[in-house]
Design a protein around this ligand. Structure first.
Ligand code: TMP
Length: 196
């Protein structure tokens, strides 16, 4: 089983994916967590290249997909086969939104490229953490080339995630609340999904 956490910058994906893994641990459920871009040791080495300034969007896409291919073959599929719950901080939806929509490659074309390259793997459940970017950006100190973009970019990211989230596997979570409240909602949805 694969569960992904998605959303714009500063929405709390890393915090909530960690809280979620703690919860799985407490319930005695086996899990594996990773982030993208990154994950396997090869993919972590690729991460700084992905953040280089001035890459065109197709190059970004190819980099993140090489990283994902390694993750899928070396980490994700073996863990799923062992019955572990794989928790991923950003996955295919970030690619559809950042490279597909914002990068102009197109959602459908990006999805096709993923299918053709063995990097299209749909999670079973996806949490989309949602906050008004004007508020979310106050929670972080902008560092990388995406975080440093103007507010209009972040508003488009939010809109694209919400449009994408109309699929069945997505659950949109209002993340503009205290961590405990957000986490409580996430755990309730996950527990009912996992039947625990
Ligand atoms: P983060 O690890 O701090 O969330 O940063 C990852 C950044 O990489 C974030 O701005 C979104 C971006 N990204 C893409 O553009 N495409 C992708 O496929 C993924 C996984 C991330």
């Amino acid at each position: 089983m694969i569960i992904s956490f998605e959303g714009g910058e500063g929405v709390g994906k890393s915090t909530h994916s960690k809280l979620f893994c703690n919860h799985l641990q407490q319930r005695g459920l086996p899990w594996l967590s990773l982030r993208e871009p990154g994950g396997s040791s090869f993919s972590e080495q690729l991460r700084p290249l992905f953040f280089e300034q001035g890459l065109d969007h197709l190059t970004e896409l190819l980099l993140v997909l090489s990283s994902r291919r390694e993750n899928i073959t070396k980490l994700i599929e073996p863990a799923v086969a062992e019955g572990r719950i794989v928790v991923i901080d950003r996955f295919i939806d970030s690619t559809l939104v950042y490279q597909g929509v914002l990068g102009g490659i197109g959602v459908e074309r990006t999805r096709q490229i993923m299918e053709l390259t063995g990097t299209w793997r749909e999670p079973d459940l996806t949490f989309v953490l949602d906050i008004d970017p004007a508020r979310a950006l106050k929670r972080i100190r902008p560092g990388d080339k995406f975080e440093n973009q103007a507010i209009g970019f972040h508003e488009q990211i939010r809109k694209a995630f919400l449009e994408l989230a109309s699929q069945k596997r997505h659950v949109v979570i209002d993340a503009d609340r205290k961590h405990e409240e957000v986490s409580r909602d996430i755990l309730a949805v996950a527990d009912s999904f996992l039947h625990v």
